[in-house]
Ligand binder design. Structure first.
Ligand SMILES: Nc1nc2c(ncn2[C@@H]2O[C@H](COP(=O)(O)OP(=O)(O)OP(=O)(O)O)[C@@H](O)[C@H]2O)c(=O)[nH]1
Ligand SMILES: [Mg+2]
Length: 282
């Protein structure tokens, strides 16, 4: 089991989606939440700096006690995200930390959010590079929105969060189960700035959730219906073609794994990691 902590609206909403799977121990932190086993309320503060400076309400240690050996921490750049490092500081000795950072769309980046985004985008990457975090996953809402296509406003966040949670979860499942065939070896330990995404294996098109510059490592995961694994003579070629045509530069390590599923069609995902600190697009 892995602990998943959401901070703020974006973080908590994605955590809600992950709570559908039994693999995750859920914890949500935000202003206005009640104190329960899975939720913790912070006192409203006037700006991210105050969240960073003021003391956490009593009971936070208790709330965070019992985190599993691995934790995914999810946040975006709202004011409450100012509490991120304070929270992570309380658990980093007990658990291996992955951070999922949600970059807002450009038109959403005004006022304090703009500054907070610049700050967290860099701090999370530096912490990952220094090894304090196991890694950071960067996810960009504008990319997610493009990949999803048009949806009614009322379903907007729900659809995005669904895309994020299913992709993260399926990659997690594939990485923790025995593949039918794989070229995967040990991860390049220094490549800790990562993103995830979908692979349209038919059209050989990657749909990554962040535009990661100079990835060092790229892994494809194919979930293939059992029957197709037994009968389709062309699949191997499709995979090899995907791999060959998606090499981005000659120092890149590209691997793939094929897994057997009970679904009706092939699903495929991709994870990329870089050793380099990414820059914000201007
Ligand atoms: N992917 C995703 N992004 C969201 C969601 N809700 C908000 N966001 C984005 O996250 C950014 C930060 O806003 P919130 O998460 O609402 O802010 P907060 O973390 O609750 O912080 P406060 O400002 O203290 O309310 C917004 O600018 C949105 O771009 C969501 O459900 N999913
Ligand atoms: Mg909020």
């Amino acid at each position: 089991m892995q602990t998943v902590i959401g901070l703020g609206k974006a973080g908590c909403n994605i955590v809600d989606h992950l709570s559908r799977y039994p693999q995750y121990q859920i914890k949500k932190i935000d202003v206005g939440l009640k104190k329960t086993k899975t939720t913790f309320g912070l006192k409203r503060q006037d700006g991210s700096e105050l969240y960073e400076k003021s003391n956490m309400p009593k009971g936070i240690n208790n709330f965070l006690e019992g985190v599993m050996p691995e934790t995914l921490f999810i946040t975006s750049c709202g004011a409450v995200s100012g509490a991120s490092l304070k929270i992570l500081q309380k658990i980093h000795k007990k658990t291996k930390i992955q951070v999922m950072y949600i970059l807002p769309q450009k038109d959403d980046l005004v006022g304090e959010k703009l500054l907070q985004n610049n700050l967290l985008f860099n701090v999370f990457q530096e912490y990952a590079r220094s090894g304090l975090f196991d890694r950071v996953f960067l996810l960009d809402n504008s990319r997610l929105s493009d990949i999803m296509g048009p949806v009614p406003i009322m379903k907007y966040w729900d659809s995005i969060n669904n895309l994020v949670s299913t992709t993260y979860h399926m990659l997690n499942v594939f990485q923790n189960t025995q593949p039918v065939i794989t070229t995967n070896t040990k991860r390049i330990d220094t490549a800790r700035v990562s993103t995830i995404g979908l692979l349209d294996s038919q059209n050989n098109q990657e749909k990554m959730f962040f535009n990661l510059d100079i990835p060092r490592e790229k892994s494809y995961y194919y979930g293939v219906p059992k029957k197709q694994l037994e009968e389709d003579p062309n699949l191997m070629e499709v995979i090899r073609e995907n791999l060959k045509s998606n090499i981005e530069h000659d120092k890149m390590k590209t691997t793939y794994s094929v897994h057997s599923t009970d679904y009706n069609e092939v699903i495929s995902y991709c994870e990329k990691s870089s050793t380099l600190i990414q820059q914000l697009a201007v």
